[in-house]
Design a protein around this ligand. Structure first.
Ligand SMILES: N[C@H](CCC[C@H](N)C(=O)O)C(=O)O
Length: 289
């Protein structure tokens, strides 16, 4: 594999660039990540995935948002990483484990087309509603159906972690302008010491919801695996949907299953966009930071 080789893939329009820590001539810093993710000064992406060594699992993964922050989990990121491992021959197994900052997850390649993984299932982890684990700084054990005031509006929020923090808001009507205006404010609200991902969800039936997403460190994205998982957990917790839910997003549909112990399974497609090599010029720029 050539030095500074990368693969860019997307999961339902939520794209990531994958790099191998053993094969890059520069350090991934906040500055180099921001540049790589910039559509004008870099490649353009919703984040960077870095393959790293793991003592606990078959593979290790670090996940970075476009603002340079590191995330504990990424559902689309994990499916894209599993495709990278399978397609590039790092494994010939269909099922393997990946260590993330938010814990070890198990993945399974469900469908292969022309030797390339296309449909992948990830057991993303167990949802927790405990405010101390999410974290949410309020004087209650859980933050379900609580009210917060953001700028000129009051929102009823439902907070959950699937390894990373989420704030789920149930609405009758989805409005991108509201998502973009209030998503950023809620992401950075003082009750979230680590900030939070934000989802607005419109229930459709007992097995389908529609969501819009404002991601921590990334902003408005077309799809999010951990957001879909967080929304499904809240829907089940509040008795609004059954345990198997289709989560419809602008980029596509993820199938989420929530078991009785709040373990969450996600199944969805992934697609490779391109492969390439970061140029010497941009590597020199990274080294000059
Ligand atoms: N922005 C998220 C990480 C990426 C999540 C999303 N892209 C997914 O597919 O789960 C965070 O800081 O927790």
């Amino acid at each position: 594999m050539e030095k500074n080789f990368f693969v860019k893939s997307h999961g339902l329009g939520n794209e990531y660039i994958v790099l191998d820590d053993e094969n890059i001539d520069f350090s991934l810093t906040s500055e180099s990540i921001k540049t790589i993710c910039d559509v004008h000064f870099g490649i353009g992406s919703d984040g960077v995935l870095l393959k790293v060594h793991s003592e606990k699992a078959d593979f290790g993964l670090r996940i970075f948002n476009p603002d340079g922050s590191e995330a504990e989990k990424s559902g689309n990121g994990l499916r894209i990483f599993c495709k990278y491992l399978f397609d590039l021959g790092f494994t010939d197994k269909r099922e393997f484990t990946v260590e993330t900052k938010g814990g070890v997850v198990r993945a399974r390649v469900e469908e292969v087309i022309n030797g390339k993984a296309r449909l992948i299932t990830v057991d993303i982890g167990k949802a927790t509603f405990k405010t101390e684990d999410i974290p949410v700084s309020i004087e209650k054990d859980e933050c379900i159906g609580e009210k917060i005031v953001v700028d000129d509006r009051e929102f009823e929020i439902n907070c959950v972690s699937v390894g990373n923090p989420h704030c789920v808001i149930i609405v009758d009507k989805l409005d991108d302008e509201i998502v973009k205006k209030y998503g950023r404010l809620i992401e950075n609200h003082r009750i979230f010491p680590n900030r939070t991902n934000v989802q607005f969800v419109k229930p459709v039936s007992r097995d389908q919801v529609e969501i819009r997403i404002w991601e921590r460190g990334a902003g408005y994205t077309l799809a999010s695996g951990t957001s879909s998982s967080a929304v499904a957990a809240v829907m089940v917790k509040r008795g609004i949907t059954d345990r198997d839910v289709n989560v419809v997003m602008p980029g596509g549909i993820l199938r989420i299953s929530v078991d009785e112990e709040w373990n969450i399974r996600m199944t969805g497609e992934v697609q490779e966009i391109c492969r390439g090599v970061l140029s010497d010029e941009i590597i020199e720029q990274f080294l000059s930071y």
